[in-house]
Design a protein around this ligand. Structure first.
Ligand code: EPZ
Length: 424
């Protein structure tokens, strides 16, 4: 058993420090394989996905030291170009190592990441892009084998969809390709800019990150560097919506307001007062949220798909009806049946959910279906009257550092009940 017990109905108040961005730290740590030498990465969140990435780095031959939120990666010696299945399966986004290993060694072999709770998660865009850079890739028995007989050459690559992961794989690989690469229809998420900033500190020559067209001038090799990971915009959104659904008054420290514009706009539309000052944001929630207009998930700078489940919890207790349209992933409504166990009134048809706000959610016993859906259920438990139980916490542990202690510091009554550790 590994579950949260939440006594809901308490107003959140106080200050919370927002962790470093998981989706920035993961590609940056993978990129250390190419940045030959000592890399010191600060503001790394302590998460199971980070642990999984560190396990792969160590398997590849890197020396990794973790001191609180600073991870030091010495990638001087890389001893293999193969990642075994058991390490690949620990985390879906480990496909980011494909480009890093190929860029460092010229070869790579690892298992296909496979789908996950929110969709099939194909990697065709990654593979097509790497082929454009000179990689020869075969897929056999659920494994990918990559080699670059003529090395890596720069090229013009146009993505049919601004895939975050494919953009990251191209950035990391093209840095040390011969010649220039132009990436068209690149993802524009802040995590892409953070990765490019890190790579440029390591000697790369990337320009245009954060826009739709990125240019990478290949260099012969990259060296180690020091970097501070940007704040996690989805975790920031999580604490903002926790304040909103509990009529709270919360100050977030370590946020970049420009990264969460669409979330801020919707919460202001629902009646919350939000004030920003440099890297601080204060949200004061109104007694009763008003229903928001249509929430349509889009690539950045649109409304983030990772905040969709979280915002749906807010819609569930708002006055009126909201429409949520999930345009990025094909099965990212698995939190809906669990929210309905709290008494939420939600109708789903394909990628559209119609959410009729109810006056009060009632405590429920629910299971986290995935990372952000699990966080959305915790928020529902904070808002609901009575004792809520949220199970399957391994999903939430992938993305939220010290979640329950930070919520307790804001006045929530949430306890984690662990399995009795049995010896032997
Ligand atoms: C990243 O996933 C994030 N993960 C996801 O966050 C996030 O939801 C997603 O970007 C979108 O913002 C990390 O950064 C580790 P995509 P990624 O490639 O790179 C399709 C979280 O909760 N696609 O932009 O996998 C794909 O099926 C996680 O922290 C292809 O068809 O996202 C999806 O429909 C969940 N072929 C869409 O593109 C490909 O080769 C977006 O995927 C690649 C993607």
């Amino acid at each position: 058993m590994n579950e949260y017990r939440i006594a809901g109905g308490r107003r959140l108040q106080g200050t919370v420090h927002v962790q470093g961005a998981k989706n920035s730290a993961l590609p940056i740590l993978a990129a250390c394989v190419v940045c030959r030498g000592v890399n010191v990465i600060h503001n790394c969140p302590q998460l199971s996905d980070i642990d999984a990435t560190i396990n792969i780095l160590r398997h590849l031959g890197c020396k990794v030291k973790v001191e609180a939120n600073t991870v030091t990666v010495d990638s001087t010696d890389i001893v293999t170009d193969h990642v075994p299945d058991h390490l690949m399966q620990e985390m879906r986004s480990s496909v980011i190592f494909l480009g890093a290993i190929a860029a460092r060694t010229g070869n790579a072999s690892l298992s296909l990441p496979g789908g996950c709770e929110i969709g099939l998660r194909p990697i065709d865009l990654h593979l097509d892009a790497l082929r454009k850079l000179g990689a020869q890739i075969t897929e056999e028995g659920g494994h990918i084998y990559l080699d670059c007989p003529q090395g890596l050459q720069g090229n013009v690559i146009s993505l049919s969809f601004p895939s975050v992961g494919a953009t990251e794989n191209v950035l990391i690989t093209a840095c040390v390709a011969k010649g220039t690469t132009t990436l068209v229809n690149a993802a524009r998420e802040p995590e892409i800019s953070d990765l490019a900033d890190f790579l440029n500190r390591c000697g790369a020559r990337i320009s245009g990150a954060g826009e739709g067209i990125i240019t990478i001038e290949g260099v012969s090799s990259l060296h180690g560097a020091e970097h501070i990971v940007i704040p996690d915009r989805i975790v920031a959104a999580t604490y903002m919506i926790a304040a909103a659904v509990t009529h709270g008054d919360v100050i977030l420290q370590n946020v970049i307001p420009a990264h969460i514009g669409p979330v801020t706009a919707l919460l202001q539309e629902s009646g919350c007062d939000i004030a920003v000052k440099e890297k601080k944001l204060r949200i004061t929630a109104t007694e009763k949220l008003r229903a928001m207009s249509t929430i349509r998930t889009m690539p950045y700078p649109g409304f983030p798909t990772d905040a969709q489940a979280l915002m749906m919890t807010a819609c569930s207790v708002a006055n009126g009806t909201s429409v949520v349209i999930e345009t990025i992933f094909e099965s990212r409504f698995r939190h809906v049946p669990e929210l309905c166990r709290f008494g939420a009134d939600i109708l789903v048809d394909g990628r559209i959910a119609v959410v009729k706000g109810v006056s009060q959610l009632l405590a429920a016993n629910v299971a986290a279906p995935d990372l952000r859906g699990g966080a959305a259920l915790v928020l529902a438990g904070l808002a609901a009257e009575g004792q809520t139980v949220v199970r399957e916490l391994q999903h939430i542990d992938r993305g939220y550092e010290a979640f329950e202690s930070r919520l307790c510091n804001l006045g929530a009554d949430i306890r984690r009940i662990e399995d009795e550790k049995t010896d032997g």
